[in-house]
Design a protein around this ligand. Structure first.
Ligand code: PRP
Length: 178
């Protein structure tokens, strides 16, 4: 699979170092609050597994599956909830965990959706942020890395469902997706 990469954007070591910092920061900020981490599948699964092991305070974990319609054409921000949470979040401190914040459509929708259920708070932890692509306003409290507008894969992120298992984040060669 490495032959499909134009370059390595973030090595395994860089990812792990930054995620350890994020885990420490979140643990400090949520001390005594027993936060509920909400992973947005599928992309989050590798990052979330590593992040959770760097969180040192009591917490809960849950998952959602969502699908954004026609990212390139749709400006209404319609997002379909395919799998919802399996618990009540009233009065809880929620941290949404994402692999990438791109147009912002998914996270702006999800934030509103969850706030409607009267949690104590909602924040976002994203491994990657691609601010150049933003179309919906979203404020992520925890950002691992700000990345350029390139086709990134690996560490949970896919192209046509491939490359999610790479331990690093690479930039895909254009000939693979063109
Ligand atoms: C990716 C990512 C986010 C979303 C971000 O998911 O995991 O959920 O896109 O994009 P946005 O900011 O433009 O809304 P994707 O739909 O590719 O599904 P996946 O997680 O199953 O890979």
């Amino acid at each position: 699979m490495i032959n499909d990469m134009e370059s390595i954007l973030l090595t395994e070591e860089e990812l792990q170092q930054r995620i350890a910092q994020m885990g420490r920061e979140i643990s400090r900020d949520y001390e005594g609050k027993e936060p509920l981490f909400i992973g947005v599948l599928k992309g989050c699964f590798v990052f979330m597994a590593d992040l959770m092991r760097q969180v040192t305070i009591p917490c809960g974990v849950d998952f959602m599956v969502v699908s954004s319609y026609g990212k390139s054409t749709n400006t209404t921000g319609a997002v379909e909830i395919i799998k919802d949470l399996s618990q009540d979040v009233y009065g809880r401190h929620l941290v949404i965990v994402e692999d990438i914040l791109d147009t912002g459509i998914t996270l702006s929708y999800l934030t509103k959706y969850l706030k409607n259920r009267s949690p104590a708070s909602v924040s976002i932890a994203t491994l990657l942020d691609k601010p150049e692509r933003r179309r919906a306003e979203v404020a992520a409290k925890y950002v691992g890395f700000t990345v350029p507008d390139a086709f990134v894969v690996g560490y949970g992120l896919d192209y046509a469902e491939k490359y999610r298992n790479l331990p690093y984040i690479g930039i895909l060669k254009p000939e693979i997706y063109e």
